[in-house]
Design a protein around this ligand. Structure first.
Ligand SMILES: [Zn+2]
Length: 499
């Protein structure tokens, strides 16, 4: 088959498998910085107020390691099935840039606290295991700001530096190049973030910079050998990660199709223009002149400490998924939604503990609670309707004391106003006894009598798509002000009309 490189972008792409590895920086959930007592709460603070002689690198000061950062890094490593190392140390990574107060960054290199793990991903339902090369600890750099005379922070001819973030503890998780599509890379980051949140290691917010992703991407040669790797930075959302990788795949294919070659370099993603731009040719390790940080003792983690870390591990996302499916008989999709955030999973479990049946409670949390949270922009932790109240509401629906339509209205009311469930039920106008049986049949009779033409169409079998039936059902619901159960109303209509 003729195969012109310029006219068959897809077949060229298929000839060149995509190889992606990710470096993910996660800010560790400590109160103080990695080597000094300064606060890590830097967002929105006056520049250079969360600093001290240590993180400003005043000569004569010495760094002092934050034990909690070591514990959190180890915990994340265990969550990633890594081996925690008994012995690791810190290195100085030298580069001259004003966001570094010392002109070097203290990081781990070679001997890191955790090595060789994996995480299972499942983009679009296709399971895959991504290996983790290692996890290491390092300090964050400061931030450069470029102000203008009118106070805007872009376009100035000079830069200012804010060291509030300098020295904040990060764990960097370096994957093996096991991902082969932007969707896999996205799912990998989602799973890492979920794990970090389950473990209380980090809030994992990409928008605020608590989780940052650098991607290495190359296209394999037709003979299977690895192509030249390009690093992409500056993606601050999952969407921009996916877009940047898609752009880069297409760019590299075009370069190769036209007979060019890929340059090893670092490129920055431009979110507004949706392109990557060359930032600098990629440094190699020797450019950084790594050497051991002699001001810090090595990190020694004993086997006993590792056992303690293991014992303190909470239930992990995949363990919770497995248990929810087994204990509550939920489908894979239901489980995935309910366990996405551990706070939501807890809310669901507490609703069941308060007496709601698991299947119905799953529906309510998944459909109604998440809908209200979405509409009001609230997180489950701030949701005013407690699990015990939701359980009461679900039980009222279960016992047919309330129709599901009215119960949904009550849920909306309770999420907006500070009133009790009883008050909300009273206000909804729902009578204690729901409109069922003879009362419902009476309404159905009345509606049918008032719409003889529609009734005739249904009885003669001409309502093929069921639209007329739905119309009558809607009238019944309206007439009963939602106090009838939609499925019972449909049942009563079918019985009467023989449809
Ligand atoms: Zn400090």
């Amino acid at each position: 088959m003729a195969d012109s490189p310029l006219s068959s972008k897809n077949s060229a792409a298929a000839k060149r498998p995509v190889v992606i590895g990710l470096e993910v920086h996660i800010q560790l959930n400590t109160k103080t910085k990695l080597f000094c007592p300064c606060s890590t709460d830097y967002i929105g603070r006056t520049p250079n107020t969360n600093v001290c002689p240590i993180c400003l690198a005043v000569p004569g000061t010495l760094p002092l390691l934050n034990d909690l950062a070591v514990a959190l890094g180890s915990r994340m490593g265990l969550g990633l099935h890594c081996e925690i190392q008994n012995y690791s140390n810190f290195h100085r990574k030298n580069y001259f840039y004003p966001d570094l107060s010392k002109a070097y960054q203290i990081t781990q290199y070679g001997l890191t606290i955790a090595v060789g793990g994996y995480i299972d991903i499942e983009p679009e339902g296709r399971p895959k295991r991504v290996r983790v090369h290692h996890l290491h600890l390092e300090e964050d750099a400061g931030k450069l700001v470029h102000p203008t005379a009118d106070g805007r922070l872009t376009g100035a001819a000079y830069s200012l530096v804010d060291y509030n973030r300098g020295g904040v503890p990060l764990s960097e998780i370096v994957s093996e190049p096991d991902m082969s599509s932007p969707a896999e890379a996205r799912d990998y980051v989602i799973r890492l973030r979920q794990l970090a949140r389950y473990l209380d290691v980090s809030d994992g917010e990409m928008e605020s910079g608590s989780l940052r992703v650098d991607a290495n991407i190359s296209l394999s040669n037709p003979d299977g050998s690895l192509g030249t790797r390009v690093e992409i930075k500056n993606m601050n959302s999952l969407k921009s990660l996916e877009r940047a990788l898609e752009y880069e795949i297409s760019r590299q294919n075009k370069v190769l199709d036209s007979g060019g070659r890929i340059v090893q370099e670092t490129r920055l993603w431009d979110d507004a223009e949706e392109v990557t731009r060359s930032m600098r040719s990629k440094e190699t390790a020797s450019d950084y002149r790594y050497y051991p940080e002699m001001d810090l003792a090595p990190i020694v983690i004993t086997d006993e400490q590792i056992e303690d870390f293991k014992r303190a591990m909470p239930e992990l996302p995949w363990e919770k998924r497995e248990r929810f499916a087994r204990e509550f008989g939920l489908s894979g999709e239901e489980v995935a939604i309910l366990t996405e955030q551990k706070e939501l999973a807890r809310y669901y479990e507490e609703t069941i503990a308060a007496g709601a049946p698991p299947a119905r409670a799953a529906n309510w949390v998944r459909m109604e609670v998440l809908r209200v949270l979405n509409e009001t922009g609230t997180s489950i932790s701030d949701f005013p309707l407690g699990p015990s109240v939701l359980a009461e509401l679900v039980k009222k629906v279960e016992s047919k004391e309330l129709s599901s339509t009215i119960a949904k209205d009550i849920l909306d009311t309770l999420s907006r106003e500070d009133i009790t469930l009883d008050e909300a039920v009273k206000r909804s106008g729902a009578s204690a006894v729901r409109l069922t049986g003879c009362l419902l049949d009476e309404v159905v009779d009345r509606i049918c009598a008032a719409n003889p033409g529609v009734v005739e169409t249904i009885k003669s079998g001409r309502d093929k798509k069921g639209g007329k039936m739905k119309f009558l059902q809607g009238l019944v619901m309206k007439e009963t002000r939602g106090q009838a159960d939609p499925s019972e109303a449909a049942g009563s209509l079918s019985k009467k009309l023989g449809a």
